[in-house]
Ligand binder design. Structure first.
Ligand SMILES: NC(=O)c1ccc[n+]([C@@H]2O[C@H](COP(=O)([O-])OP(=O)(O)OC[C@H]3O[C@@H](n4cnc5c(N)ncnc54)[C@H](O)[C@@H]3O)[C@@H](O)[C@H]2O)c1
Ligand SMILES: [Zn+2]
Length: 366
């Protein structure tokens, strides 16, 4: 088992990474001094597969648990589902010392974390992420929340879990498309922070695509370390944490104009990161060779790297970027790469350059 610490003073916690860790959930919760009863929040795909193992493990640790199953998919990240969770917690008489276990992907983690942050003004919670995206990204760092009709993640909190338990064994049942989407965030860490990780991914991608346990363990642990390091320096996104949004300005806009239907998040940010690399070459002098390596790695991971947009879609994409909640004072700022492993945030991109890159995408990138 690998252990990564997230050092945040009295809100510090461990991320445990390994195969078969679900069986140790109860012991780990007991070690933390968590008490009494808990509720597992999971979704309709994950609960039938893993909830029983989680409940048995909790029992062995001395905990009684109740299971709350929400529908699978992004629509469960809503205030309506939050309300049903509150009602069930209250009906089961969960109290201040009880805790919540989020068992599932990023949707369940964000939702259950928000429920934990607010029920009885906050009770403890543990993350048991079961998608690659959740293991390397959403379960770490304490951003929790739900969507509004007006946009994604518009209601939420910074609320750190007490433990993150990544059982790599649960990834075995993850559909390949979801797995590849998680790889888009994995590759992101190489680009923004760690050239050696990027080289490792270039070398080990076939092993990773086979979900080889040893390779996965090393890569997931390195990604969690990077996220922990960034969050330690900037827990509430005052500055540095913005680098985690590399490729996300364009990616989020793509998701929005396709009404969150066509692309998975990882697919949209794959396109977004390749576009950000092209912008980086124009603005920060990222080497053309590195742009090609970046596009190539996403392509080899089976992710889309470009889109063909009609002129009206291009207009809508640019407009959607202006609406991104990270925009301040009406100006879109980008995270751009100087080289692989080193990015800079808060970069202004002249409108004409942005327009050109979006217009020319299909010809400059394949
Ligand atoms: N809080 C953060 O910092 C942060 C960061 C990134 C993304 N997010 C959020 O994460 C969400 C996306 O997360 P996601 O990609 O994990 O999506 P998800 O939670 O919807 O999971 C993807 C699909 O896989 C299924 N699934 C999950 N684990 C499985 C398993 N082991 N076997 C079989 N099926 C499984 C789910 O039921 C779902 O259908 C978005 O809402 C996004 O906003 C949050
Ligand atoms: Zn992302």
């Amino acid at each position: 088992m690998r252990n990564v610490k997230v050092p945040l003073g009295n809100r510090s916690y461990d991320i445990k990474i390994g195969t078969g860790l679900l069986a140790r959930l109860g012991n780990e919760c007991a070690r933390l001094g968590l008490q009494s009863r808990c509720a597992i929040i999971s979704d309709s795909n994950v609960a039938p597969r893993y909830a029983r193992a989680a409940q048995q493990a909790l029992k062995r640790g001395g905990f009684d648990s109740t299971l709350i199953t929400v529908p699978a998919g992004e629509t469960a990240k809503s205030l309506k589902t939050v309300q049903t969770c509150y009602d069930q917690l209250a009906a089961q008489r969960l109290e201040r010392r009880s805790f919540i276990v989020a068992l599932g992907g990023g949707v369940v983690g964000d939702l259950a974390g928000f429920v934990a942050a607010t029920y009885l003004r906050g009770i403890a919670f543990a993350q048991v992420p079961t998608t690659l995206l959740a293991q390397v990204d959403s379960s770490v760092g304490g951003k929790v929340g739900v969507n509004l009709r007006a946009g994604k993640n518009l209601v939420g909190a910074f609320y750190q879990p007490r433990l993150v338990l990544c059982d790599l064994g649960t990834l075995a049942s993850l559909p390949m498309r979801e797995y590849r989407a998680g790889l888009a965030e994995v590759i992101k860490y190489g680009i923004i922070y760690d050239a050696a990780l990027f080289r490792r991914l270039e070398r080990d991608l076939p092993r990773l695509l086979r979900r080889d346990a040893e390779t996965l363990a090393a890569v997931v642990a390195r990604c969690c370390q990077i996220k922990a390091e960034v969050v330690r320096q900037d827990e509430t996104e005052g500055g540095l944490r913005a680098i985690l949004n590399f490729g996300h300005t364009i990616g989020h806009a793509l998701e929005a104009i396709s009404h969150y239907g066509r692309y998975l998040h990882g697919e949209a940010i794959s396109i977004g990161q390749v576009a950000a690399a092209v912008l980086s070459a124009r603005i920060l002098g990222l080497a053309e060779d590195d742009v090609a390596r970046i596009a190539d790695l996403f392509r080899r991971a089976g992710l889309p790297t470009a889109i063909r947009l009609s002129p009206s879609q291009q207009k809508r994409l640019l407009a959607a970027m202006q609406l991104d909640k990270k925009v301040t004072g009406g100006e879109v700022k980008f995270v751009l790469a100087r080289r692989i492993g080193k990015v800079e945030y808060g970069q202004k991109v002249p409108a004409n350059v942005l327009g050109e890159v979006i217009n020319h995408q299909p010809s400059t990138i394949h």
